[in-house]
Design a protein around this ligand. Sequence first.
Ligand code: NAD
Length: 497
Amino acid sequence: MTDLTLADWQQRARELDIEGRAFIQGEYVDALSRGRFDCVSPIDGRVLAQVASCDAQDAEHAVASAREVFAAGLWSRLAPARRKAILIRFADLLEAHGEELALLETLDMGKPIGDALAVDIPGAARALRWSGEAIDKVYDEVAPTPHDQLGLVTREPVGVVAAIVPWNFPLMMACWKLGPALATGNSVILKPSEKSPLTAIRIARLAIEAGIPAGVLNVLPGYGHTVGKALALHMDVDTLVFTGSTRVAKQLMIYAGESNMKRVWLEAGGKSPNIVFADAPDLYQAAEAAASAIAFNQGEVCTAGSRLLVESSIRERFLPLLVEALKAWKPGNPLDPATNIGALVDTQQLDTVLSYIEAGHAEGATLLLGGKRTLEETGGLYVEPTIFDGVDNAMKIAREEIFGPVLSVIGFDTPEQAIAIANDTQYGLAAAVWTADLSKALLTARALRAGSIWVNQYEGGDMTAPFGGFKQSGNGRDKSLHAFDKYTELKATWIKL
Ligand code: NAD
């Protein structure tokens, strides 16, 4: 952490020279159409940069460059130990530029600078380093063949990977893809969200400094319906990896079917249940965690604990603790190191969140806290952390992903009822259980249909465990050695002896 003040960060923000061009074949370039769009800060509406608005022509150029370098083998056939060294250097460079990258992230999408420094940039660097460190330690297989045969089971890079990522953890989500994709020898075209393209553009140059050959990592900023769609439909993209909404994820599966049947791996939305049983070991801690689970990153988190299931017998005790805990999350200028909840990414997201708050009122839920836009005079896009009580799991605010600091509290009486409510959702990304009873915790964890389960905590995990969803939260996994599955093809080679 640094001891920079709000004034220091504002000064640095004024001095930034922000790159907005695409990065293809090792060079920053304008979109071929010369199209650009304004990159606007949600802190004050300031235009931060003009960003290249790439489209199908640029996708063509980037895919050709990625394919050429892949075929040449400059990266794809480099010894794993060499790729390791370069990826570790890339991670080091991210850390060395940590303050600059954190500032870009905060200005671009409104998250608190303290979180960008403590979570996003280190998390991105760790993903690159972990994948790099692992790649010269994974072995291929020899099949248990008859005596006169040798069967080799080897993994090969898929080739050209398109990675389409969202705006809520722009750099970290990108690096969860880049780490394993690059470690396994692929060429990558990264398409950041049009709402948060700046750090992706910046790190492209750092990749070259680290020693990744030109053309191996290309960055195409632009809109989903233009350059994103062009990549998803491209006949020479072998694998499409995506983090974003379930709606777009489904569309990408269609594009793959309509084009070359490219592999499609999807990390999509969530509506995660956080179950507090009456025998939770520490209700204060559970309340603090429930507040953080909906307020961290302005609630713009795929695993946000947006459905809080509270056992009826502790309601009266627990809800005041929850309200107190969430009051400690106070919206403010995200460049202020003291701020713990920043601005929503843009006016569209602000309107979406406010419309869900209206829906909560209209469907008869009881407002316990918040419920309004705040600090409007600053020109920033802030919403008060909000709690609705008396929510029925059939209500819109319990069924749909809000992606803002709006919590639905739902009551239950038995473990069976809690599990049924928790699983009654199209999503299956994460869930949490609070209980001092080990068997109850494990039986509940087994019954929950979600990719990550947390017991007596929320948001546990690191690079060592896979992350991803059941049901309409997606397929495939980021992080851990399992992530390498997405970026490699298995080949069986039979040798007659
Ligand atoms: P989004 O689906 O709107 O956009 C994600 C990306 O897809 C962006 O880069 C966008 O430009 C692109 N895109 C949009 N339409 C496209 C199209 N037709 N073709 C190709 N690309 C297209 O999602 P978002 O609003 O950026 O992010 C929020 C969503 O991301 C939430 O649903 C959240 O749950 C999800 N998310 C999931 C995870 C996870 O790991 N499961 C992590 C973070 C965010």
